[in-house]
Design a protein around this ligand. Sequence first.
Ligand code: AMP
Length: 289
Amino acid sequence: MDAGAAPAVLTTIAETRTRIAAFRRERPGASIALVPTMGALHDGHLALVREAKRLADRVVVSIFVNPLQFGAGEDLGRYPRTLDADVALLAAEGVDLVFAPNAAEMYPDGSAGTTVHAGPIGDRYEGAARPGHFDGVLTVVEKLLGIASPDIAVFGQKDAQQLHLVGRMVADLDLPVEIVSVPIVRERDGLALSSRNRYLSPEARRAALALAESLQAATRAAGGGVDELLAEGIAAFGDHDDVELDYFVAVDPETFLPVDDGFRGQALVLVAALVDGTRLIDNTTMSIG
Ligand code: AMP
């Protein structure tokens, strides 16, 4: 860990481009990694930063609460914004540059005129509950890639559908960047770290364990096939009255389509639930059959 100089914190696209061009001039051939975030950083984000540091010579972290990926009635207004604390954490990790624009810098007309469409998988699971969410995500990721022109961009497996769709976008649009993923970082009791965990009361925090526990139950049942693991995973929510399950689904990691009962092999199991009004997601890979 390099607890050295604080990173430059830049808020404009022009300054960020200039600084990144300087990185490339100073060390020809040096590689640059981008870690896109919405801030309110925790150890899950820092795992991405450490992987970026391991893989690249320079690390750029973006912090932007992207209005385009929030629907009406979602938590855009109250999403935690903790820039000073975030920058202190990133300084301790030896990050070179923080790009922290405001919405007007990213969307000067108030919204994006041209957007990226996530395609059919973008309408499932998280996309079914949050229409337009993944179009918003992909649009901002495409913009951030255009601004930072990184060699590598690092994403968490916590947002598995997002990771899949970013990979699809990069392949489908022939974007010159390598997408790297990092496993989910969890609390000791299994809860996946999330900036939204800050919303949880102590009781809701306990109830939120239902997600990780449902995945553990499904993993134990996976030898019995798809229907059995889904039944066991869903049954784990029976113990928690205050948790509203949205979906619990096993998908083929390649296609992100649901697998049939006869499926054998590696599947990704995705879960989403509302815990005291806070939407939480989790997932795990398991071997079925
Ligand atoms: P966010 O700030 O929530 O948009 O997340 C920024 C990045 O951090 C995304 O690529 C997430 O998948 C990743 N991330 C968030 N939480 C975790 C976690 N618990 N473990 C690993 N990566 C995470």
